[in-house]
Design a protein around this ligand. Structure first.
Ligand code: GLA
Length: 401
């Protein structure tokens, strides 16, 4: 990808790029919609990326060419006080919003030319947006290092702060009030390991997927190829429902916690009657998901990856019944997948309402599994889905060229 980006840059801008950045997409293993409720998430960066190359330019306008959309966008480097640039296309708005959020924190940035491309499916729930904002921030940081070594680069921001800023970039750029999960995972991913995000603290740790290499299951993603129509507005609506549930629950508690996920399942069982049925189901989902992540981490530390699979199935069923963020097609894919003995567990991953499912599958059976799922889903529903094996990968990086 980097080679393609460099050669496109040279032919468009007639000079060599001086810096490159790569940021991965992510898959949410367990912990659905917990990251804006102070809960835990188990996630991994994947081996699919957004790649950007760039070089400073002498003008006042940032120029970015997208190889995927065959389009160039130009805008003034945002100064962080006025509104972020509105370019009318999501990829441009995200790049503009990422720079705007850096400038708002007074992070030094230069005006630059860039080329961007990626191989993360777009709008499939694998965080191509976070990979885009994080790669923009990493490229901007690298370009400042390159141009004026004495300047304070974006690296002076902690990685934690960078994740928060890129979360805000998505709020500003797309109007989706997402949590910390996507930029956090894209920044902190670790090859061969799962990340455990504690969203109340905004920090995390890692846990191995299996104790022994040969026992490590394959991470299989199935793209349902259903457009996630209205997913932004439904996402924001769920977030509001969780906020309302929390506000009502704290009124019943003598020692109110700071977040919904800090209410234990047991305590929730005693106070849930205070909520109307819809809010009760929403809260049950996120509180249950948080508990499942903690159980999964304990199981993985004890070498019991099969338990993680069982918890993933519980998670999917809770999504279907309580959070109502599944779809018929996502349900069918999980049902077909779980018929295979080699499949340890299946669930929808990410926001829901389309996008992808995630499956843990015995490594030696992964290819047969993916063929089976694609064939069976087509036969039973007429839908063409796409399945591929991925692996837990390292987080974003940038380097001089
Ligand atoms: C989307 C959001 C994340 C998270 C998941 C659901 O991917 O961007 O912040 O809330 O949905 O867990």
């Amino acid at each position: 990808m980097i080679e393609r980006a460099i050669s496109a840059f040279q032919s468009i801008y007639q000079r060599r790029p001086t810096a490159a950045a790569l940021a991965p997409g992510r898959v949410e293993i367990l912990g659905n919609h917990t990251d804006y409720n102070g809960g835990a998430v188990l996630a991994a960066a994947i081996d699919r990326h957004i790649c950007m190359v760039g070089a400073p330019n002498d003008g006042r306008r940032v120029r970015v060419y997208s190889l995927d959309f065959k389009q160039t966008l130009e805008f003034e480097l945002p100064d962080g006080s006025a509104a972020p640039p509105s370019l009318g296309v999501d990829w441009g708005d995200l790049i503009g919003a990422a720079l705007y959020c850096l400038r708002r924190e007074n992070v030094p940035t230069v005006v630059f030319d860039a080329v961007v491309l990626g191989n993360i499916p777009i709008a499939a729930g694998l965080s191509s947006s976070a990979a885009l904002t994080v790669s923009t921030a990493k490229l901007a940081e690298q370009l400042v290092c390159k141009q004026a070594p004495g300047d304070m680069p974006a690296a002076a921001l902690t990685l934690h702060k960078l994740a928060q800023l890129m979360q805000q970039a998505e709020h500003v750029g797309l109007g989706v009030r997402c949590g910390l999960l996507d930029p956090f995972t894209s920044i902190h991913g670790k090859q061969g390991a799962l990340l455990v995000l504690d969203s109340a603290l905004g920090s995390g740790t890692t846990v191995p997927l299996a104790q022994k290499q040969e026992a490590t299951p394959a991470i299989v993603i199935v793209d349902s190829r259903t457009p996630r129509s209205l997913s932004a507005s439904r996402y924001n609506e769920r977030r509001r429902e969780c906020e309302r549930a929390f506000e009502q629950l704290v009124l019943t508690l003598p020692h109110p916690p700071a977040h919904l996920c800090q209410i234990s399942l047991e305590l929730f069982g005693r106070v849930e009657h205070a909520l109307e049925p819809v809010l009760r189901r929403r809260a049950r989902h996120v509180i249950g998901e948080h508990a499942r992540v903690l159980q999964a981490v304990a199981a993985l530390l004890g070498g019991n990856v099969a338990r993680l699979g069982a918890l993933m199935r519980e998670s999917h069923s809770s999504s279907r019944v309580n959070f109502e963020n599944s779809t018929e097609r996502l349900d069918l894919i999980c049902e077909v997948a779980d018929e295979q003995r080699a499949c340890l567990g299946s669930r929808l991953t990410g926001a829901g309402w389309g996008g992808c499912t995630l499956h843990l599958v015995q490594r030696d059976a992964a290819d047969e599994f993916t063929e089976f799922v694609v064939r069976e889903v087509l036969e039973r529903s007429g839908a063409t889905v796409e399945a591929y094996v991925t692996q837990a990968s390292d987080g974003a990086r940038a380097f001089a060229l």
